[in-house]
Design a protein around this ligand. Structure first.
Ligand SMILES: C[S@@+](CC[C@H](N)C(=O)[O-])C[C@H]1O[C@@H](n2cnc3c(N)ncnc32)[C@H](O)[C@@H]1O
Length: 296
């Protein structure tokens, strides 16, 4: 049975990631929290094999909804940010961001160099993410021109907020692991681990729209293999995908359950996505405290 849900806007205070990530799922945090709380035991491990901006995993760590959180990302630039914050020198990155005087010249200078260290790559990635249109960092993506309220290239540059977010994530380091690599390999290696929860948000590169091809440098996923691995995990999972007939075919083939979820968006109108799981009966209530409303 396909039920339909609306996720209400999520408080800005819970925005922890330094990224404005294309296809980011901060808006889905209420549903993920509700899912983790529905499990019989608090998960020992929560894994995001396609971490991107990592907003959900960071909220899970911050709220203590799993004992430990592992984020996995293949993109070298995005990975550099997580490595710098979780594994290397977050203070240095936070200070560089806070001290950066952003204008078109300084941006061009930062983005024109070939980074010689992870710290440098991380800083460059944060700048690129903040000055590119919709935060898209895939090759060929363009910079903001008019920006928010006609504030141009600096309209999304909030250095003090970014510094605070970097330092806040660093304060959660003992609950976080970051792996630069292939999410499918991590699924293969961990699939027999009990008491593990996976939130799986791959690039949408199946079916009609294939937005993932425009948004990410890495989008070429073997979706059939992903569904096979997900079918083998011992723990529990939630997976998101574009609302597409080809995806629904895969969901049915693997015997999974799904619901349709939408968010209110002033810019793009109604966006609907599929949330896929083993058994989503926990979600089939009419209304709840986390801001998830059943609409049909
Ligand atoms: C839909 S985005 C994830 C967005 C994330 N849930 C968020 O809220 O920001 C998918 C991510 O998967 C990454 N990716 C693509 N192929 C991958 C792979 N094989 N292993 C790990 N990450 C991969 C992309 O670089 C992109 O960052």
């Amino acid at each position: 049975m396909n039920d339909r849900f609306l996720v209400l806007p999520f408080p800005r205070s819970a925005m922890i990631s330094p990224f404005r990530y294309p296809g980011g799922k901060t808006w889905l945090v209420p549903l993920i929290c509700r899912w983790l709380q529905s499990l019989e035991q608090k998960p020992l491990m929560y894994i995001e094999p396609f971490a991107g901006g990592g907003s959900i995993g960071l909220n899970v760590a911050s709220l203590g909804l799993a004992s430990h959180v592992t984020l996995v990302e293949k993109d070298e630039d995005v990975a550099a940010v997580w490595t710098a914050i979780i594994c290397a020198n977050p203070d240095d990155l936070a200070e560089r961001v806070a001290a950066f005087n952003l204008d078109i010249e300084s941006v061009n200078k930062v983005l024109s160099v070939n980074p010689r260290s992870t710290q440098e790559r991380a800083f460059q990635t944060i700048v690129r993410n903040r000055v590119n249109r919709s935060g898209i960092m895939a090759s060929g993506a363009g910079k903001l021109r008019r920006g928010e309220d006609d504030n141009g290239i600096g309209s999304r540059w909030y250095p003090q907020t970014l510094k605070k977010r970097i330092l806040f994530i660093a304060s959660l380091r003992d609950r976080l692991t970051f792996i630069e690599g292939d999410g499918l390999d991590v699924l293969e290696k961990t699939k027999c681990q009990p008491n593990t929860a996976y939130f799986v948000d791959p690039p949408y590169s199946v079916g009609n729209k294939q937005a993932g091809k425009r948004l990410y440098n890495h989008f070429d996923i073997d979706h059939e293999n992903l569904f096979t691995l997900i079918g083998q995990i011992q723990g529990d999972f939630l997976m998101t995908y574009s609302n597409d007939p080809e995806v629904i075919e895969l969901v049915k083939k693997y015997g999974f359950d799904f619901i349709t979820v939408s968010m209110q968006s002033s810019h793009n109108g109604e966006m609907t996505e599929l949330v896929i799981g083993r058994d989503l009966d926990w979600a089939r209530t009419t209304i709840d405290d986390w801001g998830v409303v059943k609409t049909g």
